[in-house]
Ligand binder design. Structure first.
Ligand code: SF4
Ligand code: SF4
Length: 394
């Protein structure tokens, strides 16, 4: 296993993401399978296990804890997350935190994250009425959180702002990073910002929900032509291993063969050759279905509606690759007169665009995609109900 030093801790570079455990026909977690996967992971040195309050509707935390309870507490690290983005309103944050501690059968979290910060959810996290930041900082100061971070789905501008504002409070940031999002979701910029601020980068979605683990026959053949080929997924992981500030790569594993494949890939660091890396980035370009916006902002000055065109086009590109709840949250964050439907189709932007992008057409399509969903307001209804029930609020 490849390890990293993080503040004196020896962290396995492969982390076990617990959001995708296999379920049995009755809807319960297949604990036998989880135990087997954890045994394999523990045997090969994986010591980082990541869950979150809402994963599998609250079934991930106890299933993870059950599997880990067969091992000494000091042989692994637990990471969990505070569901600020899913709150039905201001709640007893400490009570919610304690529910997670109980479900995880632990007195403390080695790593704890504010879950899913975006331009929309940051308003909740920072709202004094919700009192989230002071409560979570208190849990850290009382020793119940050893290392504090946040998972982030927003843009570079917000990330820079947060890391400047909360300098010294957070130690790591978890971002969606893979060779596709390196450019599609501005992950390179985010990686650089986190690194410049001296924090560790934690990676989620290293294979983009499995899409980079099973490429088209044509793309897969390009990778198979390299002598170091073991699987499509291994190339995605090796891309991340080459980034020195990536401390932990979380892989949501639900099948034994995935665990075995990942363990093979993380046994030792085999840097990508220049040709392999270029091939991956070429494959990424081919996977993109959106518009080639470079965020130069030449178009913004002349927009009579004052729209943040590159921001909107980034959401558009994300939607075009795959429907995304986080993109809908990023659009939710905008005032109505700044949403894609506010575009009046004057075409000023397209005249200014060196990439020749038909911006009004893309924004009209984005407005339609956004209206159709997936919709965070609808998706969060079930989450609100679950939290109310857990806190006996009804
Ligand atoms: S077409 Fe839409 S986005 Fe472009 S300048 Fe006009 S209002 Fe702004
Ligand atoms: S001018 Fe074109 S490439 Fe530049 S930000 Fe606007 S849409 Fe993107």
């Amino acid at each position: 296993m490849i390890y990293n030093d993080f503040k004196g801790l020896k962290l396995s570079r492969l982390g076990f993401g617990c959001m995708r455990f296999a379920l049995k026909e009755d809807g319960e977690v297949d604990q036998e399978k989880v135990d087997k996967m954890f045994d394999l992971a523990m045997e090969k040195g994986v010591n980082y296990y990541d869950t979150a309050y809402p994963y599998l509707n609250g079934k991930s935390e106890p299933a993870m804890a059950k599997a880990l309870s067969r091992y000494p507490r000091d042989s692994y690290y637990i990471a969990d997350k505070f569901p600020g983005h899913s709150l039905p309103g201001p709640v007893d944050n400490i009570a919610l935190f304690n529910i997670s501690l109980n479900r995880c059968q632990t007195e403390y979290f080695d790593f704890y994250l504010l879950h899913n910060i975006t331009e929309w959810s940051v308003k909740i996290y920072e709202d004094p009425a919700y009192h989230i930041m002071p409560d979570i900082f208190r849990m850290r100061d009382e020793g119940k959180i050893k290392h504090l971070g946040f998972s982030f789905h927003g843009g570079p501008e917000l990330l820079e702002k947060l890391l400047t504002k909360y300098e010294g409070e957070f130690e790591f940031v978890q971002i969606q990073l893979n060779y596709l999002d390196w450019t599609l979701q501005e992950a390179k910029e985010k990686y650089d910002i986190i690194t410049r601020h001296g924090l560790g980068v934690w990676v989620m979605e290293p294979v983009r929900g499995g899409k980079l683990a099973v490429l088209s026959d044509e793309d897969s053949a390009k990778l198979r032509s390299f002598p170091d080929y073991t699987s499509d997924a291994s190339f995605a992981f090796r891309f991340l291993q080459d980034l020195p500030n990536v401390k932990v790569v979380l892989s949501g594993m639900n099948e034994v063969f995935q665990v075995e494949d990942n363990l093979r890939t993380f046994e030792k660091h085999v840097p990508l050759t220049e040709e392999e890396r270029n091939t991956l980035l070429e494959i990424a370009e081919g996977l993109k279905k959106g518009v080639p916006c470079t965020a130069c902002r030449y178009c913004c000055k002349g927009c009579p509606m004052g729209l943040d065109i590159p921001y909107l086009l980034q959401c558009y590109n994300d939607y075009k690759y795959a429907d995304s709840l986080t993109s809908s949250m990023r659009l939710d964050a905008l005032d109505e007169d700044k949403k894609p439907a506010a575009c009046i189709g004057c075409g000023q932007c397209s005249h200014a665009c060196p990439q020749g992008i038909d911006v009004p057409a893309a924004l009209a399509e984005l407005a339609e995609l956004y209206a159709k969903g997936p919709n965070w307001a609808v998706a969060s209804k079930g989450r609100h109900d679950a939290i109310r029930k857990d806190l006996n609020m009804d």
